[in-house]
Design a binder for this molecule. Sequence first.
Ligand code: ATP
Ligand code: MG
Length: 391
Amino acid sequence: MFKAFLIKYAEIGLKGNNRYIFENALKDRIKEALDSLGEYYVSKEQGRIFIECPESYDYDETVSALTKVFGICSICPVAVIESSEWDILSKEVGDYVEMMYTDRNITFKVEAKRADKNYQYTSPEICIEMGSYLLNRFPEMKVDVHNPSVRFTVEIRTKCYVYSINIPGLGGMPVGSGGKAMLLLSGGIDSPVAGYMISKRGVSLAATYFHAPPYTSDRAKQKVVDLAAKISKYTGKIKLFVINFTDIQLYIYDQCPHEELTIIMRRYMMKIAEKLAEQENCLGLITGESIGQVASQTMYSLAATNEVCTMPVYRPLIAYDKKDIVEIAEKIDTFETSILPFEDCCTIFVAKHPVTRPSIKIIKKSEKKLDEKIDEMIETAINTVEVISIG
Ligand code: ATP
Ligand code: MG
């Protein structure tokens, strides 16, 4: 019955050139999302996007793909009526109502749009005429222009369209309408959610994972690859950088006080991720940190970690409780993968009593002990990075 979809998006704040960038990005993302499902024709029309479906297509699969595209406010499945001739049009709109609403104890309103200004009726006239046709044909239905339970929208263009269903989209901005950012992606629950949230604002992602073989296994790495693949269904392609962090971790372990280990390690992670981010033309870093979640995420620890970067660090989960993060992880289908019990490079080296109030001065003093080799080690880690294309 539905041969097309009308895609609505929020227009607030979209003016001039911004609007053009937003619309083109959204159109491209929709095309990508539908690419593997068949030959859809996607076009941009007066403040919305119109998708014409191939002759045979899978409705559920199509809707499911569209509900993963950021920037879509609602998805309206549309019945296409080939003729604007009034008798045909009104009958087919009636057939649509009959098929869609088996229980017709509903209140309704007809809304009309016409691109063809020479059409025999004006938009208000279409509403009145179509309303009375429907009342005649379905006497159990009632008109309510203020608060109807169903709105039938009839559009008259070269062809005609009728729709009454609004499937909510994800909202946000289409990926590619913002810049790019580097996500520090671990195998945990938080960082995939953080990446998803920033990407929802239109930002495309690259990602860095710090791997410490043999302390972290290939399965732990595979888990990160799987998580990147899961979020790439929303964010689009992700270039994943896998840094071998073992030597740096062992060196820190050898030279620095163990209660400062996590903080110092995190500082080097940020430094390395920032260098990769610069190479990749990213405009910021993203982490899954949340105030107070663990010792390395107190306000003191965050200040110490942050101090090594000049790039903005985006922490979308900063004020989230774990249960709220888990809720999003479940929604985007990363949770089950995140809780697989493979060791994380940080848990291997965690001290029994990590500092919770690190002083940047003291941390910097401890890091002095790394002066001899650390720059070279960072360079080696970056030069030997493994790059995996996801999505
Ligand atoms: P997550 O659930 O995202 O692993 P977490 O609660 O385990 O977070 P930490 O281990 O303190 O928290 O890490 C904080 C943030 O640092 C993570 O959200 C992630 O962005 C980054 N991070 C931690 N470990 C790694 C790693 N091995 N590779 C890349 N990024 C990491
Ligand atoms: Mg972690």
